[in-house]
Design a protein around this ligand. Structure first.
Ligand code: SOE
Length: 390
């Protein structure tokens, strides 16, 4: 597909149509492909082309490429990264592949978007951040895919907090609850092996919750107390019973530099909860409530009003003046989970065109990774506090 968007003035690429390669065609590859396919229909973005989709299985990647609008498919990511007609590499492969591909792509002069979490280990995340810094000095951009920053209601929450509408924030509750592992007979996947996933619910969904705490408050973490638990330690594998080597659920209390305290609780065994990222932010002038399962809504309590007029009110975050919303449908015609990926691609392309460093950067991904590592350290040592060294 070639987008019909206006030709960009691109400091790095002039009038070149940006060639895009995506690596991975499973769940995240599908979500990103959908965003690449739609973004130019709704937002003004530079001209780009969905050139090539990369995956390991030739038949499956060929089918996915045709279905998701990619001009070609390939099985060798190294050969794709070496191509002159590829300017952007979108990494949707599992975490254990992130560091090698991202560093190679950045060194080859490609702009890189990588799915969360940044990597499976702190050492890999640090190496990636170093490569991103060096590439940025050459005008090469990089971004991590914390897509929930692009939920209009959460972007609005950030605006309200930045404007001081909540006053001094005292505490935050962040919970991310899913139940796709509730059934003890659910078979093994790469997400349940430490060597491929790095961690369980911790890296997969606490990464989102922690990123939201840091993003919404514009804060940093100073210390962490954590706990991890695996409820089902063995599951059916292809060759018999296999050991689960990651956590099913994680808990953490974070102290923030501002003095605020955040509790983070995540589980993939919260029976009945499908994909519920819940955020509660309490300040001395107001409070906010959000649940991803109702992502077009933000609850806001303005504590500066007379007490008899207070109470949480529901803002339907779907007006043209709300972040991202004006590009979609007339007011009240709500959007969904997949739109957050479209917003992400739009922001990434805009950053490339304008030559501005996109956010969340690899540095921001590394900050989350440090907190994840501290939760793990605290849980393993059964220590009450692990200091995060920013
Ligand atoms: C699986 O738990 C998962 O798909 C995460 O990997 C995503 O990042 C999250 O958006 C939804 O849940």
């Amino acid at each position: 597909m070639t987008s019909s968007a206006p030709t960009p003035t691109n400091p790095h690429h002039g009038n070149t149509t940006l060639g895009v390669a995506a690596i991975g065609y499973a769940f995240m590859g599908k979500a990103h492909s959908n965003a690449w396919r739609n973004v130019a229909s709704f937002f003004d973005v530079p001209a780009f082309e969905q050139k090539v989709l990369v995956g390991r299985d030739p038949e499956q990647v060929a089918e996915a490429a045709a279905r998701y609008g990619w001009a070609e498919y390939a099985t060798d990511w190294r050969a794709v990264i070496a191509r002159d007609d590829i300017h952007i590499v979108d990494i949707c492969a599992p975490g254990w592949m992130h560091a090698e591909i991202a560093i190679a792509a950045l060194e080859a002069g490609k702009h890189v978007l990588v799915e969360k979490p940044l990597a499976n280990t702190l050492a890999e995340a640090e190496a990636m951040t170093e490569a991103a810094r060096a590439a940025r000095a050459r005008g090469i951009q990089s971004m991590i895919g914390f897509n929930y920053r692009r939920v209009p209601a959460l972007a609005l929450a950030r605006e309200l907090i930045t404007e001081g509408r909540l006053g001094t924030i005292r505490h935050v509750r962040a919970a991310y609850m899913q139940d796709w592992l509730s059934d003890a007979e659910t078979p093994m996947t790469w997400r349940l092996r430490k060597e491929t996933a790095g961690s369980g619910a911790l890296g997969d969904i606490a990464s989102h919750a922690i990123d939201q705490v840091l993003y919404l408050l514009g804060d940093t973490v100073t210390d962490v107390s954590g706990r991890l638990h695996t409820f089902v330690t063995e599951r059916p594998g292809a060759d018999g019973t296999e050991q689960v080597t990651v956590d099913d659920a994680a808990w953490a209390t974070l102290t923030l530099a501002s003095g605020a305290v955040a509790s983070v609780e995540v589980s993939r065994m919260a029976t009945g909860q499908k994909n519920s990222l819940q955020l509660e932010i309490y300040g001395d002038k107001g409070s906010l409530l959000f649940d991803l399962e109702n992502l077009n809504e933000l609850g806001f309590l303005d504590a500066t009003l007379p007490v008899r007029e207070q109470g949480f009110r529901r803002i339907l975050v779907n007006e043209p003046e709300h972040p991202y919303a004006g590009a979609w449908w007339p007011q009240g015609h709500i959007i969904g989970w997949e739109h957050t990926f479209t917003h992400q691609i739009r922001d990434f392309l805009t950053a490339i065109t304008t030559g501005t460093a996109p956010s969340p950067s690899f540095e921001e991904g590394l900050a989350v990774q440090k907190v994840l590592a501290a939760v793990e350290e605290s849980a393993n040592n059964k220590s009450t506090l692990t200091v995060v060294n920013y």
